[in-house]
Design a binder for this molecule. Sequence first.
Ligand SMILES: C[S@@+](CC[C@H](N)C(=O)[O-])C[C@H]1O[C@@H](n2cnc3c(N)ncnc32)[C@H](O)[C@@H]1O
Length: 196
Amino acid sequence: MEEDHENRESSKTNKGLLQTDELYQYILETSVYPREAEPLKEIRDATANHPRRLMATAPDAGLLLSLLLKLVDAKNTIEIGVFTGYSLLLTALSIPADGKSDKEDSFDYVYVDADKDNYGNYHERLMKLVRVGGIIIYDNTLWGGTVALPKSIVPEHRTYHREHIIEFNKLLSNDPRIQISQIPLGDGVTICRRIY
Ligand SMILES: C[S@@+](CC[C@H](N)C(=O)[O-])C[C@H]1O[C@@H](n2cnc3c(N)ncnc32)[C@H](O)[C@@H]1O
């Protein structure tokens, strides 16, 4: 099982938790690449040989983010964790040019893809910044699938943040202020909609 897990981690294409690389490739070629904006393809190509390329938001997750931005009619957004800018550019391409605010209760959309040991702190702060009905999206909430693996077989480099993500997933699940959906896409994406 550990070997299989490492194979997945080393794969160049499979960012996700799907059964096979072929299935992931099918999704990319059928519904993702044909719809990916040209500037995003350029960023993806420019990041392809970066030693930490797997940190970039996966293009299939990108399409979901873009859809969510449109669904909440996002104008004011926050991104935490930029790297080479795939998700940030995607956000810029999905929102209108006008409308910027830094007041509390005014943000429509937040995407968090940074230091996992701070997700709990970000969440409390962001719940004050996002308006009721706005959404906060957390990336990596399945942490390569390790959240459900016995601790004894989790690769060393995954152990520290795994603990934080497990605690964070419980925190979101118990937070009555939000509606949530955890999606096994990319590395696990949890969408939270502020209810009150
Ligand atoms: C997983 S990458 C983000 C990938 C990005 N979403 C993309 O599509 O390319 C995480 C990024 O968060 C940054 N980061 C880590 N801790 C941070 C912090 N405390 N504040 C801001 N950024 C942070 C890292 O330097 C890294 O660039």
